[in-house]
Design a protein around this ligand. Structure first.
Ligand SMILES: Cc1ncc(COP(=O)(O)O)c(C=O)c1O
Length: 400
């Protein structure tokens, strides 16, 4: 057993357990040298978890594997019902089966949505600092990114709707909304979303709501699906969801695009058929069904554990490294660290984290405007790892 392990085998799951992921072709571990120039960093970057994928999902996968025939397979009725039930029960949104389309990932879905609903040269709005593929899927398809940066009111990040009105022009077709928002951790409220949708409806901007983090709202907060707010909003909204972040299934490449409007759905379906990815994979479907059927207890306990990690690190920073301030997330297992008081420029900050603190985090500027002076840390890992990260950070700061 790992020396830092607090493994307790009497529990069906143990978030303290340390699992060696190196050598499994894990992006988070095995691409460290490529990304940070060294393997000697604690990897707290890409958004997957160091927790075991839950046992009820692994059991379902094993059962399916035992059949030993892996031919072309479609998603079952039970898969659709489990998803509809989950979204209805947890988020109060009544989704119909016909509205659900498959995508091998949310980022591929965003890219296909750009292809389906915009033409080369047209514009897509993003609200930085935000998940970096929001920029790349627009640019790589030959469309133009328009920034509507979030604003910080001293307490909280907010969407700037006056600025949004100003940046929309006749070439603007679409907006990517990150709900909840990675990396700042906002779980947008109904009123904020309604106000945003009002501008988009008034100006004919199609709303794409990336809700991949919707199940990761932390205790005391709630997710509001944008399309659940009204039929009028739903008719101009495309929602992306997935079990991948929630249940640590990113390697199974399975997500859902939910579109209530028939015309929008048919247009997107044509793009899906053109790129021939609608079939998906057997294990992704089996895992998603198991997750949405039996995932509630595990998810609640996992989120409580992550909240404990967030509280630990926030307190540690406040008491030991006041130059680094955590913007406490309302959702997601990532925290946005304001490091501006360290007085380093962006290259210096990046260097500090890699060489002095020996931590592999996501660099703030990769999230676009508003990212300078920040780093994003992934806290979906055993507490002992967070403690080790805190210790390394303190030693690093003492060494600046
Ligand atoms: C907002 C957001 N969308 C999409 C993704 C990735 O989606 P996928 O792996 O399904 O392409 C992430 C991963 O971190 C994310 O934060």
């Amino acid at each position: 057993m790992h020396p830092l392990s607090r493994n307790d085998s009497s529990k069906p799951w143990d978030f303290d357990e340390l699992i060696d992921r190196s050598g499994t072709f894990s992006v988070k571990y095995d691409l460290r040298r490529m990304l940070f120039g060294t393997d000697d960093v604690l990897p707290l970057w890409v958004a997957d978890m160091d927790f075991r994928t839950p046992p009820f999902i692994m059991d379902a996968l094993r059962r399916r594997a035992e059949h030993e025939v892996m031919g072309y397979t479609v998603r079952s009725e039970a898969y659709h019902l489990a998803l509809m039930d989950w979204v209805g029960r947890r988020h109060g949104w009544a989704v119909e089966k016909d509205w659900i389309l498959f995508s091998p990932g949310v980022v591929p879905a965003l890219s296909m949505l750009v292809m389906a609903f915009t033409r080369p040269g047209e514009k897509v709005i993003v609200q930085p600092p935000v998940y970096s593929p929001f920029f790349s899927v627009v640019k790589e398809n030959g469309r133009e990114v328009v920034d509507n940066p979030l604003c910080w009111d001293g307490e909280c990040y907010r969407m700037d709707l006056d600025q949004l009105r100003r940046v929309i022009d006749p070439q603007t077709r679409m907006i990517f909304i990150c709900n909840p928002h990675n990396p700042v951790g906002r779980a947008w409220g109904a009123e904020e979303l309604r106000a945003l949708a009002e501008v988009c409806l008034e100006r004919g901007v199609l709303m794409v709501s990336d809700e991949i983090h919707c199940d990761l709202v932390l205790p005391g907060h709630r997710h509001v699906p944008l399309a659940s707010l009204s039929e009028e909003i739903a008719a101009r909204t495309i929602t992306c969801m997935a079990p991948s972040k929630t249940f640590n299934l990113a390697g199974l490449a399975t997500s859902h695009v939910i579109i209530s409007d028939k015309g929008l759905r048919e247009t997107f379906h044509q793009t899906l058929e053109r790129v021939h990815v609608w079939l998906g994979n057997i294990f992704g479907a089996v895992a998603a069904e198991a997750a949405y059927t039996g995932g509630e207890d595990w998810l609640r306990e996992m989120l409580d554990y992550v909240q404990g990690n967030i509280d630990f690190l926030a307190d540690f920073l406040q008491n030991n490294i006041p130059q680094i301030r955590m913007i406490r997330p309302e959702a997601t297992y990532m925290a946005w660290l304001d490091c501006r008081a360290l007085g380093l420029d962006d290259a210096g900050l990046k260097d500090f984290f890699i060489k002095k603190a020996r931590l592999g985090l996501n660099d703030g500027p990769s999230f676009g405007l508003g990212g300078s002076g920040f780093q994003r840390i992934n806290l979906a890992c055993p507490r002992s790892i967070v403690e080790e990260a805190a210790k390394r950070l303190k030693e690093g700061v003492n060494n600046i």
